[in-house]
Structures are given as C-alpha cells and as structure tokens.
Design a protein around this ligand. Sequence first.
Ligand SMILES: C[C@H](N)C(=O)N[C@@H](CCCCN)C(=O)O
Length: 465
Amino acid sequence: MTQTMQRKLNDSVVARWGALILIALMMFFAYMFVDVISPISSLLETQRGWSPDVYGTVVGSEYFLNVFVLFLIFAGIILDKMGVRFTGLLSAGLMIIGAGIKLYGISDYFVGGGFGWEFFNSFWPSMPGSAKVACIGFAIFGCGAEMAGVTVSRAIARWFDGKEMALAMGVEMAIARLGVTAVFFLSPRLAAIAPESVVRPVAVVGALLCIGFLTFLVFTFMDRKLDRQMGNIEEIEEDKFKVKDLGNLFGSKTFMIVAFLCVLYYSAIFPFQKFAVPMLQNTLAISSQEASDLFAWFPIGAMILTPLLGAFLDFRGKGATMLILGAILMCACHLTFALVPLTKPIAYIAIILLGVSFSLVPAALWPSVPKLVDGRYLGSGYSVIFWIQNLGLWAFPLIIGKTLQATNPGVSEQIQAGVEGVTYNYTVPMLVFASLGVLAFFLGIWLKRLDTKNHYGLELPNVKK
Ligand SMILES: C[C@H](N)C(=O)N[C@@H](CCCCN)C(=O)O
C-alpha cells in the first residue's frame, strides 16, 4: 500500500460534517415517511376499515421484500460492489416509487373504484384493497429505506474513519429522530384539516422524499472527490467484496450476537412506535393528537441524547455496557405501560426514559460494527444485521396486531360500526414488547463477556489519540 501525505476532503471538519448533513437529510425525510400513518391509525380504521390486524400487516410490509426476497442481502452486495453513490441514489429512487404506490392505494380515487380496485378486492377479503396496494408500495419503499440506512452507515464509516465516527452516526440518527418527531406532530394536524383525510399527510411527506433525493445527489459529488483522493493511497483490488465473505459474517459468534441483540431490541422499539399512539389514546382516554404530542417526546429524548452518547463512546468507550443499560431501561418502560395504572405524568416519564434507552443502544450498537467486521465487507455486515433485524420489524407489528385483536374480541367490529366509548386493552401486547427487552439484556451480558475475553475493543473509545 502506497502512503502519501495528501490531505483528503474528509480531513476538513466543514467538508465531512457538511457531507453528513446532506446524507442525514435523506434519512430525515425517509423516517418521516416510515411513520407517517402511525399517528392516524384510528382514522384509517374509520375511513378505510383497517382493523389492528390489517394495520399491523401494512406497517410490517415495509420489511417484507427485504426479508423474504433477501433484498437487503443483495443491497449489501450492491453496496460493496457499486459503492455508496449508486446505491444511495437507487435507494432514494425506490423510496419515491414506493411512496407513490402507497399514496395511490389509500387515495380517494382508488377506494372510490379507481384502476385496480376491483382486482385488489377480489381476493383475501379480510384485507381491504387499499391495504393491499399500500402494502406493495410500502414494501418497495422499505427496500429503498433500508438500503439507504446501510448505505449511510457505510458512508459515515468511510468519511469518519479514525475520527468522531460514533458522534457522526449519533448526529445522523438524531436528525432521523427529528423526522419522526416532526411527523408525529405534523401528520395528525394535516389529516385534521377539513375535510378530515388520511391521504393528505401521506401526499405531503411523500413529496418531501424528493428533497432527500436531491440532497443525496449533492453528496455524491463530494464523495466522488474523496474517492479520487483515496484512490491515490488505497489498494483498490484488495477492497473487492467476495460472496464467501457472507459466510464469515454468519459464522462469527460475536457478530451474530450483535445481530440478534439488534433484532430483539429494535423489535420492541419500531413496532411499538406504530402502536404507541393508539395505546396511549386508549389507555389514557385522550385524543389521537394529544397522544401523538405525548409520544413525540420519545424521539425528542433520543434526538438530544444519541449524539452526546456517541461522543461519550468516541472518547470514553463502554459500548457493551451501554447496550445492557439500554435493554434494562426499555424493558422497565414497557412493563410500566403493561402493568402500572397509567396516568399522564407516568406516561411522560416512561416515554422519556424509553427515549434515553433508544439513545443508549443505537449510539453504541452501530459504531461497534466496524470493530467486528473487516472494512472491505462492512456494507454487507450492516446489511446482514439489517436483514435479521427486518425479520423482527416485519413479524412484530403482525404479532402485536393479532395479539391486540385476539385479546380484545369484538372491539374492532364495534369501532367500525361507530359504537362510542369502546377501547382496546394493551396489557398483553406490552408484555410481549417487555419480554424482548429481557432477552436483549442477556445477549448484552454475553457480548460483554466475550469482549472481555477476546478483546474486540467494544468497551474502548473510537478516537485514536
Ligand atoms: C430500521 C433501520 N434498519 C435501523 O436499524 N435504523 C437505525 C439506524 C441504523 C444506522 C444508521 N444509519 C435507527 O436507530 O434508526
């Protein structure tokens, strides 16, 4: 390897943080779209006939192609072979196409008997045609969103190698959380403008995805320049990804523990995010807007703390310990929702503490991956973790939707028939989420033990002095 003293673009603080903001903006809009219907699920039940079971199927569909068509695995291979610029633009394009199809599915034109309505209502009668088309759109969107997540992590790992990498990943996630906060605030308000409609929020946030495409396009010019500079000092041939590297990933015990910890933890977070507003609405007997505003504190907490904890990891380390603490907190919060008679102050405290947990785990987990995986196939490393994680993100909305319906017989039928004052009881679904925290905690302990024994450096700082 030929070493030169050439100063690269990512050696400039302004350039590397500028690049980070550009790619994070794409994720900001992506995360807005991911949760655009979460605060309006009750309205979808009355306007489109989506029971909790149907709603769970739609929100889980985001991950269907990633998991069952192995799209995420291909995404990692595409990323390692084609690079971040091509893969990022492809992801942004897929997100826009998927969002357009989802919008069509719930549109008044389609449900009023538009093109395809008859066909999509001719099979699987328990699933409305609008939900089926929304599933197709959301599954395509999900391919783009998850591929973008992997691409962004890969890009940050390269731009911030040996620098403030965990802080940068923390800032990127904080910007994504800001997107979630914004959509929990915006979506119910957009829907409430007369005439009340579930279509408006999806249309507005879908259009915002185009801005994300443009910001990533600008980033590609910067990345091309960095690539040219790095080409001078790196052995390109050495960097080629080989399919057998996937075997190394699946064969690594530590890597698989991280992947399983990830699926257990995130399955109790993102699927919960889809059910949190109706859970708070039903349990506290408040409006969906009030519940949505309360829940918005969850991503706000995570947004403030994730970069700070990222910086802590950069300079102090303690990654494995942070994962364990995050799992304990998550479990305690879900048990509170399940078992403690809920009042607004208790709900606020639990939501904020859940936000703290959601800072500890992501801030520690993602920057730890480059410590376990060779940079040559880091893209595939992130993809495999995302793939395993997506299995949980697909399954748990379904499991929770079905559990909710099964433990509340007849409630959905009464709500759709317009009966007033009927509510769901969320105890069992919340216990399911809490149990995932217990398992994640034990995996965290195991990971820390292995780290002590094998010296992976998970407890060590990232910044090299
Ligand atoms: C849902 C997605 N697969 C995911 O895991 N997102 C993480 C962040 C991933 C790494 C950042 N580019 C999250 O905490 O949002």
